[in-house]
Ligand binder design. Structure first.
Ligand SMILES: [Zn+2]
Length: 502
């Protein structure tokens, strides 16, 4: 529709106007007037009266959004209310990411110097099955390699280099058995030369890997900046490729935990859900979040409505708190975010049509009043008249000639029971702020990094984020848990449940 109007504008000029008769001129003027109103309303959109995030507001408050279309770019809305917006993927470059074929390789200038060593012994004889004892003879060292480990002390942190030695023991039966570094899951991805194998045979220990993931996922640092940071502050050189590998390994290790977390969310009394655009290379996806008071699950998936069903299942017992997106409409026990409606009402109240202003202000008054009265625990003698007035306003305007007014009135009437569910269920929050706050970290990451590149990367990011956010909500240290989970995954041992604060 926009392009059609644009075409008209290009062709219109004084000669065309002069050739029109009176009726045509009136018709054209009306259309131009409608268009001018739409444009001016669009210009005055900001985070207080639309679904735009505060980051799209101009600096120093007030005024119009910066008019370079920046505010309209990919996934502006942390929580789009209504049909999904079309996302333009970041510009694609002609070459593949990473090292180019034929590029000169880089090696470590000098080998890592270990400050101490740690030995690993086999437990049983591989030939006769006898359990080894402390006094069994160490024949030799089968393999040894340096491992970087993060040491947390009272005053700070340091990275130590420890030589891991895998020893060979000689059994009473006369034969030798060697200890071997553990091996975990293999993450397979099409078109990759070397697949990701979780193993203890690596230079970066679990604690340093957890530290790298903290810098990446929680503190939004790029692989390159992490490399610079480690070199500058710890004097440790780790390549961008190895850093990336650590981030993926943690993701693969965290993935089995997500299934547990999802079970916990499904069983919760109140579940918040929200979604935001996400890109995986050129694919426009959604990043979904579902969360309870103590558990959060992030999921990067398609924009199909079924995606939320796959996450939550059909039979959740609790209440679902969401925005107005259609995907959630099938859930019966649902609270729709009232803050979204308030922002829409505010946009109407600031619009240029007098009916819009009247309706918008009316809605604002009643919606705010309703939230405050419920918060102050007022009785039904106060609450019922507010709801009645709100409903009457919508009934009055549901056949209005202006589309925006008509739409909002019908939207509220169509979704009425979900909008006022919090009035009769005092435990339900009237807004979905909880989920929107949880999504913020992903929205910032998307704006900095333009999303992920592969399915493995998406799954890894969502899994790490789920574990970190869950730990945060439970008031436990995510990094010790993640280091332990990775250490287990590298040996092929299954994870422990996410701890609960004492
Ligand atoms: Zn033996």
């Amino acid at each position: 529709m926009k392009s059609k109007e644009h075409l008209d504008l290009v062709r219109l000029n004084r000669t065309v106007f002069e050739a029109l008769d009176h009726a045509q001129l009136v018709e054209l003027t009306c259309r131009l007037h409608t268009m001018a109103i739409e444009q001016s309303e669009r210009l005055s959109m900001n985070s207080t009266n639309s679904s735009r995030p505060p980051s799209s507001d101009p600096p120093f408050g007030g005024g119009r959004p910066i008019g370079d279309g920046n505010a309209l770019t990919p996934g502006t809305a942390a929580a789009p209310d209504g049909p999904p917006v079309k996302v333009s993927a970041p510009p694609a470059k002609g070459r593949k990411a990473g090292k180019q074929p034929g590029a000169k390789g880089k090696w470590r200038d000098e080998p890592l110097k270990s400050e101490r060593s740690q030995s690993f012994w086999p437990c049983v004889c591989a030939h006769c099955g006898t359990t080894f004892e402390m006094w069994d003879r160490v024949a030799r060292t089968a393999t040894a390699f340096p491992v970087l480990e993060l040491e947390r002390m009272d005053g700070g942190i340091r990275i130590a280099c420890v030589m891991h030695r895998y020893e060979v023991l000689q059994c009473a039966c006369g034969l030798e058995t060697a200890a071997v570094p553990g091996i975990g899951a293999l993450s397979f991805q099409d078109g990759r030369k070397r697949q990701l194998q979780l193993t203890e045979r690596g230079m970066v220990g679990p604690s340093v890997a957890a530290f790298i993931v903290a810098l990446s996922v929680r503190h939004h640092q790029s692989r390159r900046l992490i490399r610079e940071f480690l070199r500058t502050w710890f004097g440790v050189s780790i390549s961008v490729g190895t850093i990336d590998r650590c981030i993926r390994e943690v993701g693969v290790a965290c993935e089995p935990i997500v299934e547990d977390l999802l079970e916990e969310v499904r069983a919760a009394g109140i579940i918040h859900a929200d979604e935001t655009p996400w890109y995986q290379r050129k694919l426009g996806l959604w990043l979904w979040v579902v969360l309870s008071a103590t558990t959060a699950v992030f999921h990067i998936g398609s924009r199909r409505h079924e995606e939320i069903r796959d996450l939550l299942g059909d039979a959740i017992v609790g209440w679902l708190v969401t925005d107005g997106y259609h995907a959630y409409r099938d859930y019966e026990r649902r609270q729709r975010c009232v803050a979204h409606l308030i922002r829409k009402a505010l946009a109407l109240a600031e619009s240029l049509t007098s009916d819009g202003v009247r309706f918008g202000e009316w809605l604002l008054r009643e919606l705010r009043n309703l939230i405050h009265s419920v918060a102050e625990d007022k009785g039904h003698t106060i609450l019922n008249p507010i709801q009645a007035r709100l409903k009457r306003a919508c009934m009055l305007y549901r056949e209005h000639e202006t589309e925006k007014i008509r739409q909002l009135a019908r939207e509220i009437l169509n979704d009425w029971s979900a909008i006022v569910a919090f009035v009769t269920n005092p435990l339900l929050p009237p807004t979905n702020n909880e989920a929107e706050r949880a999504l913020r970290i992903a929205v910032i990451a998307r704006r900095l990094s333009f999303g992920t590149r592969t399915e493995e990367g998406s799954a890894a990011y969502a899994a790490s984020l789920s574990v970190v956010e869950t730990c945060r909500r439970r008031g436990v240290d995510p990094w010790a848990y993640i280091a332990d989970t990775l250490a287990r995954a590298r040996r092929g041992v299954s994870h422990l449940p996410v701890p609960v604060a004492a």
